[in-house]
Design a binder for this molecule. Structure first.
Ligand SMILES: [Zn+2]
Length: 242
């Protein structure tokens, strides 16, 4: 279950299935990435310093996200990854950060192996199965057992607002008989990207999955929404400290 909490006075969203780990989704009140909102540049820079100070870490690792399915396992001493949409780390005290405005944020964590991952899954990433590929990379490269992984699918655009044309629908939905994944209205399709990603994780063997019902487009007072704000917006973030 997801619940709003505060991180030293700043509003964040957490999940009860990983409440004892430093991992959460930020809100408009705790902006870490200003993107096209130049007016939020200063506050987002201050907030990054605040975040690292409170998490007692100097190792912030982030990426230039490009809607790919490129995944990197973090190397000690490397803090920025170009053209990357998922980060995996088992390095102690690393703080991973990825940014979102409607795309689906996913946090993975294995308590046994103290290994975490963040995934940026928009429709392109979802279509190329970035969630599934990240789990496979964790299990193959780092020897993590899938059953030990807990997954959080955070706030992102909901089926209510993710309207697409037939071309995107064709790329995303291979099993057209699964009516939970989409709804057709006229010649438009409304697709459930969160469920699509949850299904990818289940297919890998992950049992512990929490899905956030909040739609960032409907709740643009709390989260940033690329659609609702016509592209001129900052980002909320997914954060995990290993
Ligand atoms: Zn909505």
């Amino acid at each position: 279950m997801f619940y709003f909490d505060n991180f030293f006075g700043k509003k964040i969203l957490k999940s009860s299935i990983l409440s004892d780990i430093d991992c959460f989704f930020t809100t408009r009140e705790f902006v870490l990435t200003y993107s096209s909102r130049e007016d939020l540049k200063e506050v987002s820079e201050k907030n990054r310093i605040f975040l690292l100070d409170k998490l007692n870490s100097e190792k912030l690792v982030t990426a230039k996200q490009i809607h790919s399915s490129n995944i990197e396992t973090v190397k000690d001493g490397v803090f920025f990854y170009d053209n990357t949409d998922a980060l995996i780390s088992n390095i102690k005290d690393t703080v991973l950060l990825l940014n979102f405005a409607d795309c689906i944020p996913i946090i993975l964590y294995s308590k046994q192996n103290k290994t975490g991952a963040l995934i940026h899954a928009g429709w392109r990433g979802s279509a190329s199965e970035i969630a599934k590929k990240t789990v496979l990379k964790m299990t193959n490269d780092l020897n993590i057992k899938t059953k030990t992984i807990t997954a959080l699918i955070g706030p992102g655009i909901g089926k209510c607002c993710f309207e697409t044309d037939a071309d995107v629908f064709e790329k995303l939905i291979s099993d057209k008989s699964n009516k939970n994944l989409y709804e057709k209205k006229g010649n438009k399709y409304f697709i459930d990207l969160k469920l699509l990603n949850a299904n990818q994780l289940s297919e890998c063997g992950i049992e512990n999955i929490d899905i956030c019902n909040y739609c960032t487009c409907c709740m643009s007072d709390i989260f940033f929404s690329y659609r609702k704000e016509n592209g001129i917006t900052a980002r909320h973030s997914a954060v995990i400290k290993i």
